[in-house]
Design a protein around this ligand. Structure first.
Ligand code: 13P
Ligand code: SF4
Length: 303
């Protein structure tokens, strides 16, 4: 492993590359990245980087977002098959039909969506800024929210906005069940339960705080509490434990794993840097230009 890390470091320099990794990635991948963060942080980092090549350790929609925000860079997905099933739960045709059924509604899309969906939306959001953005949209307009009905219902509960929710969901977060939270609380009395808004309403109401992955990291670091039950993808336990050595973190269930997020390995990063693996993300110009508008609105409203 030592050797492959050295190889990656040398290749990164040679290719003038930056390695970005989501906090759901395997620990070894996070440890070799230049920047580790949530969807929002990664979007911002991708829009700012001066590196010629972005190696995006995450799933396709994230790499697409980086490519749209920084079109002069080459964005490489080390594992081209790493997709997000939720992002594929709505097509451009379905969204166009939904818009036609609800004329006058604004379309807000979760960043976990394809470039085509972003292109048809008024504004994009991540789980860390969805509530803030919904509050800033004109009060006299209703909102179509795609594709995650759970994040959508969370925003609806928090803001009281009139919203039409698409029926998408995250299969990984749906593995979290109320009984798991109840058992985990019994096993770790005094621990705070932090849950991601992609989880169901029945689970969210049992938690102490509903937070994006980035929100969980800042909350855990700032809190006086020393024990936490983490109800999201288990990859997040890695940075939480690494950055908070005096605190203890327990997964609500070890089964909350996103198989797509776990595809990337150190050899796949090396191969992507060598040009023998991975795939550069390409998006047609018109779609990218339209999708950029909804991402730029997100950065303007949700920063
Ligand atoms: P964050 O927006 O919290 O990074 O989450 C992304 C994601 O894919 C959650 O399943
Ligand atoms: Fe998609 Fe869920 Fe995996 Fe996030 S955890 S990438 S929403 S399938």
């Amino acid at each position: 492993m030592g050797d492959i890390r050295a190889e990656i470091a040398a290749l990164r320099k040679e290719r003038d590359a930056v390695i970005l990794a989501h906090t759901y990635q395997p620990g070894a991948v996070q440890d070799c990245a230049d920047y580790v963060g949530d969807s929002y942080g990664l979007s911002v980092e991708a829009s700012r980087t001066a590196a010629s090549v972005i190696i995006f350790c995450g799933v396709r929609f994230m790499a697409e977002t980086a490519a749209i925000l920084n079109p002069s860079r080459t964005v490489i997905l080390p594992e081209p098959l790493a997709g997000c099933p939720m992002a594929d739960m709505i097509t451009a045709v379905e969204l166009a039909e939904l818009k036609a059924r609800h004329p006058g509604h604004l379309v807000m899309c979760y960043v976990n969506s394809t470039a085509e969906i972003k292109a048809l939306s008024d504004v994009c959001c991540t789980s860390s800024n969805a509530e803030k953005i919904a509050r800033k949209l004109p009060a006299d307009r209703s909102i179509i929210f795609v594709p995650d009905r759970h994040l959508g219902s969370w925003v609806q509960e928090r803001t009281g906005r009139d919203m039409v929710l698409w029926d998408g969901f995250c299969p990984t977060h749906l593995r979290i069940e109320p009984g798991m939270i109840i058992v985990a609380r019994k096993e770790h009395p005094g621990a705070e339960v932090l849950i991601h808004p992609e989880a169901t309403h029945e689970c969210r109401v049992l938690a102490d705080a509903v937070l994006s992955t980035g929100g969980m990291c800042s909350h855990a670091a700032a809190s006086d509490t020393t024990e936490f039950i983490i109800a999201t993808e288990t990859g997040l336990l890695h940075p939480l434990r690494k950055n908070n050595p005096g605190k203890r973190f327990f997964a609500v269930s070890e089964e909350v794993v996103c198989p797509n997020m776990k595809r990337v390995t150190l050899p796949s990063i090396r191969n992507a840097l060598m040009g023998t693996g991975g795939r550069a993300v390409t998006i047609d110009r018109e779609t990218a230009a339209k999708a950029l508008r909804s991402l730029e609105r997100m950065l303007a409203l949700g920063g």
